[in-house]
Write a protein that binds this ligand. Structure first.
Ligand code: C2E
Ligand code: CA
Ligand code: CA
Length: 536
């Protein structure tokens, strides 16, 4: 079941590693297409605004010229001739004329166009520059088209232009809607194709050009800095989608390539890790694991009183460090199997210990969080002690393990009730070791090697050693110093009242056979020394 879950999680992580760059590239192509669309509509709006501006300027100039001419009657033949000249010289307007009472009385097309003139209807509104604006003027000589007409409210002189000349920039494509709107009331003055101004933000002149999205369509409005009009261009959602597709066709393959590379890298890492994990599973099956025993000594007498059992793995003639495979086993839930094997090996190795030696010593074993949370662990360790025939067994657990799991504490109590001693391993490396020392019921603390190595070096850690020892004394917990390599360290610890230690100064971790002969030799020497001491 656990394997299945791990596999599902792995595949989900791999799928995520692939999908993330792919999704990112899809999103990026959308953003790129959108900004391109906004740029496009923005440029078109600016072009339309420019044309309208030129038309407005031409209208002003024509008005001024007609005013300067000062004809006795606006529709006199010489004034109409001037109108004709002026119309020819202005690129964006087609007709120049004179309007009075909603009637085009005369124009550059001819005097009066018949005495009655041409009715052009009432104006739509009055612009900020004082012009009457008509947006749909029909002229008899050009029935099919509608003109936009600007009439000076004082002189009546007018300019007429074809909206297409202003709006049809030739840019944009199918479905692009273009309009001229009045800034003051947001009313459409003229438009090319029906335009939906829903979603258009407030027209703030200072912003120059504003873009927005509405129902998938992209809009841009370019505002005149001084006059009451703005050019609006709306491109349809289909244009954005087509653009998106275009960008995506080259960007998404890149994303897929990157995703593929990520998956390949992740699989390589997994295969390496799972390679070691598979080898560890095989090691558990094929007896590649063994134990090495590191002597624990009584500092005062030098007597070997016990040994820490340390796991060893020899794979294809190479030793693999416990710091590598123990955390791997913990991460992949193999640690309980490994601990079980360790305890079995301990029982098997202990048979090599002569009875008298066994009865006088104890073994220390390292347990992980998952081991200590297991219901039957206390009884299992007690059974191991019984089977080994040793005086005692000690369990070592790091402070993190002791503090975190709620099921661990009751098991610690159970172990101690069964006469198993408990030690906090690597003491001092956690965040708050000293603060909780008094609240945990344990027999020993093992001062971490990093502190012991710092003895006599004047570093902060060196000073902390003394502090740890004093505090342990205060709360009545015995201290085992780990990683003692020099006599100077041993002397310092002894002087501070530390009773037990282990480290290369006394002996490295060794197989059981070597341990048996070493302990015998060592303790015989120790016995002789003690006897000599008594005689003297
Ligand atoms: P640990 O429990 O703190 O074990 C002490 C480590 O420090 C051992 O390394 C030991 O060889 C080393 N050491 C002891 N004295 C000295 C010294 O004077 N100088 C130097 N340089 N090193 C010294 P080892 O055997 O490589 O074990 C590493 C860690 O692996 C252990 O740290 C322990 O956390 C873990 N481990 C080993 N066996 C087991 C096991 O059976 N079960 C579990 N859960 N963890 C184990
Ligand atoms: Ca240990
Ligand atoms: Ca340690």
């Amino acid at each position: 079941m656990r394997g299945l879950i791990t596999r599902i999680v792995t595949y989900a992580a791999l799928a995520l590693a692939f999908m993330l760059p792919v999704c990112a590239s899809v999103w990026m192509s959308y953003r790129l297409a959108l900004s391109e669309q906004q740029l496009h509509t923005g440029i078109l709006a600016a072009e339309v605004l420019y044309r309208v501006h030129v038309f407005s300027e031409q209208n002003l100039r024509i008005n001024a010229a007609l005013r300067r001419h000062g004809a006795t009657s606006p529709c006199s033949p010489d004034n109409v001739a001037l109108m004709r000249n002026l119309a020819v010289g202005a690129s964006y307007l087609q007709v120049v004329g004179y309007v009075e009472g909603n009637v085009l009385q005369c124009s550059s097309y001819g005097y009066g166009d018949g005495d009655a003139g041409i009715p052009i209807g009432p104006p739509a509104y009055r612009s900020r520059l004082g012009n009457w604006v008509r947006t749909s003027v029909k002229l008899p000589f050009d029935e099919s088209r509608r003109y936009i007409a600007l009439t000076d409210s004082v002189t009546g002189y007018s300019s007429l232009a074809l909206p297409d000349m202003l709006l049809d920039t030739g840019g944009g494509g199918h479905g692009f809607a273009i309009a001229l709107v009045a800034i003051s009331n947001r009313q459409i003055v003229v438009q090319r194709d029906p335009i939906d101004l829903g979603g258009m933000p407030p027209l703030i002149r200072e912003r120059g050009t504003i873009t927005w999205q509405h129902r998938g369509a992209t809009g841009s409005v370019s505002l005149s800095p001084s006059r009451d009009y703005a050019a609006v261009v709306m491109s349809p959602a289909s244009a954005l989608h087509a653009n998106w597709r275009n960008v995506a066709t080259w960007l998404v393959p890149f994303g897929a390539l990157l995703g593929g590379a990520l998956v390949a890298l992740a699989r390589l890492g997994l295969r390496r890790r799972h390679g070691l994990l598979r080898q560890l599973d095989r090691a558990l099956r094929d007896d590649e694991l063994s134990l090495a025993y590191m002597p624990i000594v009584e500092l005062e007498s030098g007597k070997w009183i016990g040994a820490e059992a340390l796991m060893r793995w020899c794979h294809d003639g190479q030793w693999i460090a416990p710091d590598k495979f123990i955390p791997l086993a913990e991460r992949h839930h193999r640690i309980r199997k490994l601990t079980n094997r360790m305890l079995d090996l301990l029982v098997a190795d202990a048979q090599a210990l002569p009875r008298d030696l066994a009865r006088a010593m104890y073994f220390s074993v390292n347990l992980s969080a998952e081991d200590l949370a297991a219901c039957a662990i206390a009884q299992r360790v007690a059974d191991v002690r019984q089977a080994c025939g040793v005086d005692g067994v000690m369990v070592e657990a790091t402070e993190g393990v002791l503090l975190e799991a709620s099921r661990v504490i009751p098991n610690i109590e159970r172990l101690r009730k069964l006469g198993i001693r408990v030690a906090i391993d690597d003491f001092g490396t956690g965040y708050s070791s000293l603060s909780y020392l008094g609240s945990l019921d344990v027999d020993y603390i093992k001062i971490d090697k990093s502190f012991v190595s710092a003895i006599g070096t004047n570093s902060v850690r060196g000073h902390v050693v003394a502090h740890i020892i004093d505090m342990a004394k205060d709360v009545g917990v015995a201290v085992i110093a780990e990683g003692v390599e020099t006599q100077e360290q041993a002397d310092y610890l002894m002087a501070r009242g530390v009773r037990y230690a282990q480290g290369w100064l006394f002996g490295k971790a060794m197989p059981m056979q070597d341990f048996v002969s070493a302990i015998r030799m060592h303790n015989l020497y120790y016995k002789n020394c003690m006897q000599k001491r008594q005689v003297l």
